[in-house]
Structures are given as structure tokens and as C-alpha cells.
Design a protein around this ligand. Structure first.
Ligand code: UD1
Length: 488
């Protein structure tokens, strides 16, 4: 087990190159199943989720091999159409392989994708769209089975512009017969990148980036070399890191046109953002100002994936900022960890109110999910003293090497083996309760033994060990009324 040791208080400076986009490369790897020949994905990020996709491809009989920062995939030896339950559970977005497998061989067997740290994430839109195209998908005890189908083009209206469902149906349509029209499709840049890849392989996908996408099925696609787009959420994370710590940085390859909503908020907070052809130059405000309500929404709205890192950047801003999370039910789990660092945040269902504080302090914290984990790093860069960030497997799903990148920007960030010898009893107890490692009956091993107190007695150094925000029950995705929260 490893952790990040972050010593806060240093302004950032320098330049870093933004990695390829996780949310682009995952559906592109699934799309490579439709190709006869070799696909070379350039700027392919080395991530835990990419490794899981590689395992899925190999399980299906395909080959995948790294060559520097390119990944070569050859699906000509595709022979199986079953994805094991273990791999389906490891990564929720493995469901995007379903459309491609069905298009390639007319049958598929896979588990339901695993539970998710962001709350329930149904796949009903994926399944109803595939069924509309002719797939006979049945569910037996958590396994999805589909046999002997030939996918046909259809006119499909998505009730909500789901990114994953749009991608799944694009892949199914590419390998099916006739023309499929997807209405109310997701418009995220990663959809455009997927379409760019399919078209580079000889596919016929039109309208990606708008709400209506038309896909004409093609019997077989050919290989190509394709550069994966830069990761806009990683770019947003490092901009927020600089906003939080102060300083001036240059993000090479960051694409401002795909970050409009996030850049507008950072400018509103007083930072200077100067895009050019090579990337984005960014200068932090000496003290950030709170910004108008930040409401997450499908693209081109403010991205839900950047909510946590922006929140972390605004913890010391002047004034109060209201966040409204409209996509996922359980997307404030980082709040309890940020409070350990002295943050003043209150959560009311889908709304979180951040009151800027003068300072933050280092603490022992645990990643609760991918972007929530990145948010802890953003806050730690601005905190006085040392922060130890544990449970890094979440961050590793989406950041190639966050310690390398933040140190490259002048941050004092090290990745170390987890050394419980460096921890105080409070830190150990916080970690054990946050990760569920603690046996509160007091019969567990080292961690509990040295930590001592029974659950509930020790609120931690900041006195802010919060219960999970139960008000999240009131959440209604994409609709309903916001719960009332105290007016500012
Ligand atoms: C993708 C991204 C994720 C991002 C999200 C929203 C990938 C690998 N992940 O996730 O990082 O946070 O888009 O931008 O690209 N929904 C349903 N039924 C479905 C599918 C979705 O009700 O069948 C709902 C979800 O619960 C959620 C909303 O639609 O409330 C949006 O989800 P969706 O766009 O599908 O997100 P993902 O594709 O899972």
C-alpha cells in the first residue's frame, strides 16, 4: 500500500504535459473490437482502468501491447464473447464493451457492471437502446446474456444524454446494419473523439458533438493510428491545483475549447487564463473570490468530474460558493475528508455550501473516489503542514502519476510506501474508520490496537468527523426540486 505525502504552502510554477483522456480511451479500446487490423492509440494514458480494458481485450482473444506511450491493439484474433464477472466488477465502464461485442459476433455474456462509489448507476438506457436495435438481452442472476442477434439501425431517443449509453449505441450501430440515429445524444468531447476514431477506421459517424448522431453500419473497419485527446478533467485538476496553491503554470496540450465552463469559473474567481495553440497558461489570483452557483450538467455545462477539484480550490476563497450536483447521487464523499483539513462545507442533499476559510491544515485523509481523491491533493497543496493521502487505487484509475505531475509543477508531493510508523494515533484511527479497516469491537490487528478509541468517541484533530451526508436520499437525478438550504 502506498500514500501521497504532500507538504503544502508552496506556490506552483512550471510546465506539465496533459495525459490522454481516460474517458476517451476506454470506449476507443472497446471500439477496437470492430477493427480488422492493428489500431495504434497514441498518447494512451497508463491507468488502472486502461489496464482493466487491456485484460478484457485479452480475455476476448485480442492482443494489446505497449510501445512507449502508444498502445497497439489487434482484434483480428477475437474469439470469445464473454467478459468475466471479475473484470465487469472492476470497472463500471466495462459495459461499453457490450455494444461492440454484440456488433462483432451477435452474442455476448457478461456480468452486470460493479457498484459505484458515486451511487447507483443504472444501465437501463444502454440495454433498452441495444434491445431497440434487435438484441435479445436477458438477465439471469446478475449475468447479462444475449444470443444470436443481428443489430439493425433504428431511430433511438435517449431520455437523458447518457455518455456511456451514447457510446455503447454508437459502437453497436457501427457494426450493425443500416443507419442508426441517436437523438438527445451526449455531446461530450469524448463522444467526438470516439467518432473521430471510428471515422479514422473507415466508419461513418456524423453529428458527434451535437444532440443528434447518425451512424451508418459498416461490415468491417480497418486499422489506423489515432491520437487520444488530452484529458480535460486532468487539465481542470491541475488548473485547480494552481488556483489552490497559487502561482503560475503552463499546461501543455490542454484544450481550452473543451474546458469553457471550468475556465469561466476560474476566471470568475480572479485567476488569469490565457490559452494558446500549445496549451493553457494560468496565473492564480493572490486570493480567490467565491463564485456564483456551480451547477453540474451534461456538456457543455460544468462537468461533474471537475466539481470536487474546484470545490477543493475554493476552500480558502473569500466568500461562500454554492455547488449543485445534478448528475450523481453520491458525489460529495470527499467533503468529510476535506473537513479534516479545516474546510467549512455543509451539504444539503444535492447542494454543498463552501464557506471560504483563512487557512487549511494538513491531515491524514483517504481517497473516497477518483476525483474526490484528486480534490484532496488540490486542497493539500494549499494546507499548512503535511497531508497524507491514502487509498490511492481510486486516483490511479484516472491519473497516470499525479505525484510526478504535481512535483513537476513545483509541488512538494511524494509517493511513498504507506508507513504507519509515521502516523499519530489520531491519523491511524481516521484512516481505519475511513477505509473500513477498523474493527470497532477492538479485536482487529495493528491499526485498531494502536488507535484505541471506540467509534464515535474520537472526532479527529479538526473535531469534524462527519456522518455520511444522509440528506443525499433526497436526490432526484436530472429533475425534481433542490432541497432547501440556508440562504447565504
Ligand atoms: C461518464 C464518465 C464519467 C462522468 C459521466 C458524466 C466515462 C468512462 N465516465 O460516465 O466520468 O462523470 O459520464 O459526465 O466516460 N443514467 C441512467 N441510465 C443509464 C445510464 C445513465 O439513468 O442507463 C444516468 C446516470 O445515473 C447519471 C446520468 O444518467 O445520473 C449520467 O450518466 P452517464 O452520462 O451515463 O455517465 P457515465 O457514462 O456512466
Amino acid at each position: 500500500m502506498e500514500e501521497l505525502l504532500i507538504r503544502g504552502g508552496r506556490p506552483l510554477s512550471g510546465e506539465v504535459r496533459v495525459q490522454g483522456a481516460k474517458n476517451s480511451v476506454l470506449p476507443i479500446l472497446a471500439a477496437s473490437l470492430l477493427v480488422n487490423g492493428t489500431v495504434t492509440l497514441q498518447r494512451c494514458p497508463r491507468l488502472r482502468d486502461v489496464e482493466t480494458s487491456i485484460k478484457i481485450l485479452r480475455e476476448l482473444g485480442c492482443s494489446a501491447a505497449w510501445d512507449g506511450d502508444s498502445l497497439n491493439v489487434d482484434a483480428s484474433s477475437f474469439r470469445d464473447c464473454t467478459i468475466s464477472d471479475t473484470l465487469m466488477r472492476e470497472m463500471r465502464s466495462s459495459v461499453v464493451f457490450l455494444g461492440a461485442i454484440l456488433a462483432r459476433c451477435g452474442r455476448a455474456v457478461c456480468g452486470m457492471p460493479g457498484g459505484c462509489e458515486l451511487g447507483p448507476r443504472p444501465i437501463d438506457l444502454h440495454l433498452s437502446g441495444l434491445r431497440a436495435m434487435g438484441a435479445d438481452i436477458r438477465e439471469y442472476g446478475g449475468t447479462l446474456c444475449c444470443d444470436g442477434c443481428r443489430l439493425c439501425g433504428r431511430d433511438i431517443v435517449l431520455p437523458t444524454p447518457s455518455v456511456g449509453a451514447t457510446e455503447n449505441l454508437m459502437l453497436a450501430a457501427c457494426g450493425g446494419d443500416g443507419v442508426t440515429v441517436l437523438r438527445n445524444a451526449a455531446r461530450e468531447p469524448e463522444i467526438v473523439d470516439l467518432a473521430g476514431f471510428l471515422n479514422a477506421c473507415g466508419g461513418d459517424v456524423r453529428g458527434a458533438g451535437s444532440g443528434t448522431i447518425a451512424v451508418t453500419g459498416r461490415p468491417a473497419l480497418h486499422g489506423c493510428a489515432y491520437p487520444v485527446m488530452p484529458d480535460r478533467i486532468v487539465a481542470a485538476t491541475y488548473l485547480c491545483a494552481a488556483a489552490s496553491a497559487g502561482g503560475e503554470i503552463f499546461l501543455r496540450d490542454a484544450e481550452a475549447r473543451r474546458l469553457d465552463a471550468a475556465l469561466a469559473v476560474l476566471r470568475e474567481s480572479g485567476c488569469q487564463v490565457t490559452p494558446d495553440a500549445r496549451g493553457i497558461r494560468f496565473r492564480a489570483a493572490p486570493r480567490l473570490r467565491a463564485v456564483g452557483p456551480v451547477r453540474t450538467a451534461p456538456y457543455p455545462g460544468f462537468p461533474t468530474d471537475a466539481q470536487a477539484v474546484l470545490m477543493a480550490a475554493l476552500l480558502r476563497a473569500e466568500g461562500a460558493t454554492v455547488f449543485e450536483e445534478n448528475l450523481f447521487e453520491n458525489r460529495y464523499r470527499h467533503v468529510a475528508e476535506l473537513r479534516r483539513m479545516g474546510a467549512d462545507i455543509r451539504v444539503f442533499g444535492r447542494v454543498a455550501v463552501v464557506n471560504g476559510t483563512a487557512s487549511l491544515h494538513g491531515a491524514a485523509v483517504e481517497c473516497t473516489d477518483l476525483r474526490g481523491g484528486a480534490a484532496l491533493c488540490v486542497a493539500a497543496l494549499a494546507a499548512d503542514g503535511e497531508t497524507r493521502v491514502g487509498t490511492l487505487r481510486h486516483i490511479d484509475r484516472g491519473y497516470e502519476d499525479i505525484a510526478r505531475d504535481l512535483s513537476g509543477l513545483g509541488g512538494d508531493v511524494e509517493r511513498l510506501p504507506r508507513d504507519t510508523g509515521n502516523c499519530t494515533g489520531d491519523m491511524l484511527w481516521q484512516r481505519a474508520t475511513a477505509t473500513g479497516e477498523a474493527d470497532v469491537s477492538g479485536t482487529a490487528g495493528d491499526v485498531t490496537a494502536s488507535a484505541g478509541p471506540t467509534f464515535g468517541e474520537n472526532p479527529g484533530p479538526s473535531g469534524a468527523r462527519a456522518a455520511p451526508d444522509g440528506a443525499a436520499d433526497a436526490f432526484t437525478p436530472n429533475g425534481g426540486t433542490s432541497p432547501v438550504w440556508p440562504p447565504r
